[in-house]
Design a binder for this molecule. Structure first.
Ligand SMILES: NC(=O)c1ccc[n+]([C@@H]2O[C@H](COP(=O)([O-])OP(=O)(O)OC[C@H]3O[C@@H](n4cnc5c(N)ncnc54)[C@H](O)[C@@H]3O)[C@@H](O)[C@H]2O)c1
Length: 446
């Protein structure tokens, strides 16, 4: 079949690196991606509705760990990256990539309002010869049934005038071994020409590109990866509670099980799930499968087990306070260590630590927190009542002044030896003390 003139023109621009990319949504995903694309030789315009982000980027100050201010400054100085809030500049972009949030509503249904608003802003400036890519995690069908449909209200046709693709993001904040350019990237398109443009464009910016047959398949790949994690984490969380009742240490079990060279992959228990992805994305599929009248029992069960973890941990804490110090939780002061949802990052989205503080206080206890990376609890959707609380300093005196230290996030930079020496009681949800060889009768695992 002959290719459309729009395809030929864009394909040539991509090959010559004269295509301009536009990345919409300069957060955890969009900013590192924009810089990786800029590094590969394309000029990139970054769009965000948050003027504070654009002001910070203009001043060459990165707010995302994965992008150093030095890398940002280099991209700006070489005129490869320019941030803006002016969506009029979309008209000058040849490849437009959407990296906006895809949260859940209060009723735990997909909230596509950010994606839809973005698609509508693109539609205003859509012209022949553009490739529009969705990178936000979502249910199968979103790219073709939502984004493409909005773009086609302009009268232009996908596959002839403009092109639509999906490529899921696999960012792993804090991971020292992989970055945007070295993580293999799944790509898909609406039709053969869109796929060919997707392969051409992304091959320039990332080392390995993995094409799949449709946008819906690529959307399903991302959900599968995150559901796999959610289900396996739920499984070890359940095993943790069962083995604990039997006097067996689940971490010792996992360390031994993972010596099996095939057919086993270690997952670790914790105080509950956090982050923008694993607690949320699986429910995008649950919602979509209702349309097909198909149950998603594994996904729902995993969600139930994982969200029950903060209550389980606080029950273990209350039991330890009672048995070891003869103290009721309702008369105790607890220091929650680590507010971020995972170690060595400052991201507190969906963090179980917030729920731990809430459950301790629901039960009448007093909870403070310490996190070297999170100075103050910012505004959050669900925990607005905790906003403004500040991280307490971690000194031998403060450690000793609490009835218990509850380790929720095992940041590397914490002084675990000092905590072991000074805390009257430690409840460890991450097995960090055993890993560091720190022992004591006052340390219990939960
Ligand atoms: N954070 C991760 O590790 C990760 C990993 C894989 C996939 N994802 C997915 O990537 C997507 C983005 O996540 P994130 O973590 O980067 O979110 P984020 O909140 O860090 O960033 C999103 C950015 O989009 C901006 N924004 C919102 N609406 C906009 C609009 N209409 N126009 C322009 N900008 C707008 C926000 O101001 C913000 O800067 C989500 O779908 C998420 O599920 C995230």
């Amino acid at each position: 079949m002959p290719r459309s003139p729009a395809y030929d023109a864009l394909s040539r621009k991509i090959e010559a690196r004269t295509a301009r990319a536009g990345v919409i949504g300069l957060g955890y995903v969009g900013l590192p991606l924009a810089i990786a694309i800029a590094r590969s030789g394309f000029a990139v315009t970054g769009f965000d509705i948050d003027p504070a982000k654009v002001v910070s980027l203009d001043a060459k100050r990165s707010y995302i760990d994965a992008v150093t201010s030095g890398d940002l400054a280099l991209a700006i100085d070489e005129k490869r990256f320019s941030p803006t809030t002016d969506f009029g500049e979309l008209a000058g972009c040849d490849v437009i990539i959407i990296c906006v949030p895809t949260p859940l509503t209060r009723h735990r249904d997909p909230d596509l309002s950010f994606v839809e608003a973005t698609a509508r802003s693109i539609a205003v400036h859509l012209r022949s010869g553009q490739l529009v890519v969705l990178e936000s995690t979502t249910y199968p069908g979103t790219t073709d049934d939502v984004v493409k449909v909005i773009l086609e209200t302009t009268g232009l046709k996908s596959g002839t005038d403009f092109f639509v693709g999906f490529s899921p993001e696999r960012e792993d904040p804090g991971n020292q071994h992989f970055n945007t350019a070295t993580i293999p990237k799944i790509v898909a398109g609406d039709g053969a020409d869109a796929l060919s443009l997707m392969v051409g464009f992304y091959s320039a910016a990332v080392k390995t590109v993995v094409p799949v047959s449709s946008n819906a398949t690529a959307e399903a790949v991302k959900l599968t990866e995150n559901i796999f994690r959610s289900v396996n984490i739920a499984l070890v969380n359940e095993l943790k509670t069962v083995y604990a009742a039997m006097g067996i240490d689940v971490w010792e079990v996992i360390d031994a099980a993972k010596t099996k060279p095939f057919g086993y992959m270690p997952f670790y228990p914790g105080p509950g799930l956090g982050g923008h992805c694993i607690p949320i994305d699986p429910f995008y599929l649950t919602w979509k499968s209702r349309e097909y009248e198909l149950p998603t029992r594994f996904i729902e069960l995993a969600g139930e087990i994982n969200s029950a973890m903060p209550r389980y941990v606080v029950a273990k804490l209350a039991e330890a306070l009672d048995m070891r110090a003869g103290k009721a939780l309702s008369r105790s002061r607890v220091l929650v260590l680590g507010l971020a949802y995972k170690k060595n990052v400052a991201d507190i989205r969906e963090s179980p630590s917030l729920r731990l503080i809430e459950v301790i206080e629901e039960r009448g206890g007093k909870a403070d927190y310490h996190d070297p990376l999170v100075g103050e609890i910012p505004s959050t959707r669900e925990y607005q009542h905790l906003k403004g609380r500040a991280s307490v300093d971690l000194t031998p005196e403060t450690i000793a002044s609490y009835d218990a230290i509850l380790v929720a996030t095992d940041h590397d930079q914490l002084d675990y030896a000092a905590i072991t020496r000074n805390a009257p009681l430690i409840v460890d949800t991450r097995n960090v003390f055993a890993r560091l060889g720190l022992a004591g009768d006052h340390i219990i695992k939960a």
